[in-house]
Design a protein around this ligand. Structure first.
Ligand code: SF4
Length: 520
């Protein structure tokens, strides 16, 4: 019997007008490699593809080659999964399609309309899908991500020391999933680092590298220190929550074990906004103090800012960014985004209950750059603000001055990598369009290429089939609607209202749209 041929694809709908992939953005996804690592290499033929890195997947010969297509991706990729499935079934009618990720947990009923297997469990579930399709015996003896199937590099490698998160921020898909934090055993962490080969930096992609018992954290530090001394990598970086910085000893331990720096979800310097986000861990210390003390200890600190125009005025958001750029002792943000009420999150439920969603919002609009809810300010001003975010909110003169003073203060304290990446944020803030400036297929270079308003935004060329597809797959190219013309939950999502809104079946039946659909 020949080995099953499996294609694992990380789906992504890019916001760049070229939809060209983002190979230089850190971090990259290792989800396909982790999934492939669950299967015994000698018993399967696996290929991996990543649309985030390489842009829209259009290698139809690989879709013809595969017996099983496994789709993964973040919350907004449901449409893209449907589109790829339509292509796969058109060129290879016998193909079996499985999908997983948070969408499988949020939209189990809708997903079953399009995919053969809807995997709402953890990554290990891929083994039961492969065994169900091809017969038993495909589990790997010692799972480890298939780095050998990823593009070769010696610069950055990715690993994980845990899964899920021990916090419950209101906007986060982790909160929607509500799964328990789980630390991996140290042997698995070691195996990952050994398997990837030497990298200048190993980035630990955990939602919270600091989660779990303190003793385990210290054991992880000891492991990293040992491997750093053995020159298995040049340094490491991780995502941590703000409570990590409460004890200066944590930063010291990290530094001794080869740490270069951290990403931490600052989101806002406003305590009111942080409270609204239910991000209690960010209230333990003043955030500006955390960033400064981390940098002074020789570790770079990266973060993003999230603007929620339902809670804050544009003026407040602008004042926050001006405060930051005037302070060269802290890094500039790595990105700016609007708060996204992602499916199933408390923010989603609250916005829906309070009637704050705009009409005709689609999943495609949940990109952090489109206005989705009624803002405090006039909606025209909010749209203009969104357009400014795309062009750069801060003056380039101020950004250059910040970078220069940052360099002068930290050049003797941060490593070269830390200094370079810290100063790189001035570039990101100066040219945010490099990351997001439209929809692919829309004429470039025109201010009108985006409306920044959910519901009226162009969906882009991904939504136009690239080959002739049978009529029954046309529906795969329609964007998933989140709200209807009244700003209420769209009919397409009613079947999944229980998981999206955390309702009992009885409560779901009280939703007017449900009754309209359920009536004979
Ligand atoms: S700490 Fe980060 S990963 Fe955890 S729930 Fe909050 S935003 Fe999500």
């Amino acid at each position: 019997m020949p080995n099953p041929r499996i294609l694992i694809l990380n789906c992504y709908s890019d916001n760049h007008r070229g939809a060209r992939g983002n190979p230089w953005i850190v971090p990259q996804s290792i989800a396909p490699a982790v999934l492939a690592g669950m299967l015994e290499p000698a018993r399967v033929d696996v290929r991996l593809a990543c649309e985030f890195r390489n842009g829209p997947f259009d290698d139809f010969s690989v879709l013809q080659w595969a017996d099983l297509l496994v789709l993964t991706g973040l919350n907004p990729t449901f449409d893209r999964m449907k589109q790829v499935t339509a292509y796969a079934r058109t060129v290879n009618p016998g193909i079996v399609v499985a999908m997983g990720g948070s969408l499988a947990r949020m939209l189990p009923n809708l997903s079953r309309r399009y995919f053969d297997y809807v995997c709402s469990g953890d990554v290990e579930q891929i083994v039961s899908v492969v065994d169900a399709v091809f017969g038993p015996g495909h589990a790997a003896d010692r799972p480890v991500p298939r780095y050998d199937l990823m593009p070769g590099t010696r610069i950055i490698g990715y690993a994980e020391a845990s899964r899920n998160c021990n916090f419950r921020c209101s906007f986060c898909s982790m909160t929607a999933e509500d799964r328990e934090f789980m630390a991996y055993d140290l042997d698995y962490v070691r195996r990952q680092i050994d398997a990837m080969g030497y990298r200048q930096c190993v980035m630990l992609l955990d939602q919270n590298f600091f989660g779990g018992p303190r003793a385990y954290f210290k054991a992880r530090m000891a492991l990293l220190k040992e491997m750093f001394k053995q020159r298995k990598f040049g340094g490491w970086a991780a995502l941590v929550t703000a409570d990590f910085f409460r004890d200066a000893d944590n930063v010291r331990l990290a530094r001794e074990s080869g740490c270069i720096g951290f990403f931490s979800g600052v989101e806002s310097l406003s305590r009111t906004q942080i409270t609204a986000f239910n991000k209690k861990q960010n209230l333990v210390l003043p955030q500006e103090e955390i960033i400064r003390s981390c940098l002074e200890a020789g570790l770079v600190f990266h973060y993003g800012l999230i603007f929620d125009l339902v809670d804050r005025t544009i003026e407040e958001c602008l004042a926050e960014t001006e405060l930051i750029v005037a302070n060269p002792r802290i890094t500039l943000p790595s990105f700016l985004s609007f708060a996204i009420p992602m499916l199933g999150t408390p923010l989603f439920r609250n916005r829906l209950r309070e009637g704050l969603f705009l009409p005709n919002v689609r999943l495609r609009d949940m990109d952090g750059r489109s206005i989705m809810c009624h803002p405090i300010d006039h909606i025209g001003d909010a749209i203009a603000f969104a357009a400014r975010m795309d062009k750069g909110l801060l003056s380039k003169r101020k950004l250059v001055a910040h970078a220069w003073q940052f360099f002068r203060h930290y050049r003797g304290k941060l490593s070269n990598w830390g200094l370079l990446s810290g100063m790189g944020n001035a570039w990101t803030m100066s040219y945010p369009r490099f990351g997001s400036n439209g929809r692919d297929g829309i004429r470039p270079g025109r201010d009108g290429c985006r409306s920044y308003l959910a519901g009226s935004e162009q969906t882009g060329s991904l939504y136009r089939p690239r080959i002739r597809i049978p009529e029954r797959y046309r529906v795969h190219f329609e964007p998933l609607c989140v709200t209807d013309r009244n700003g209420e939950l769209h009919d397409d999502l009613i079947d999944d209202a229980a998981s999206l809104l955390h309702l009992t079946t009885r409560e779901v039946e009280t939703i007017p749209a449900y009754n309209a659909i359920a009536m004979p």
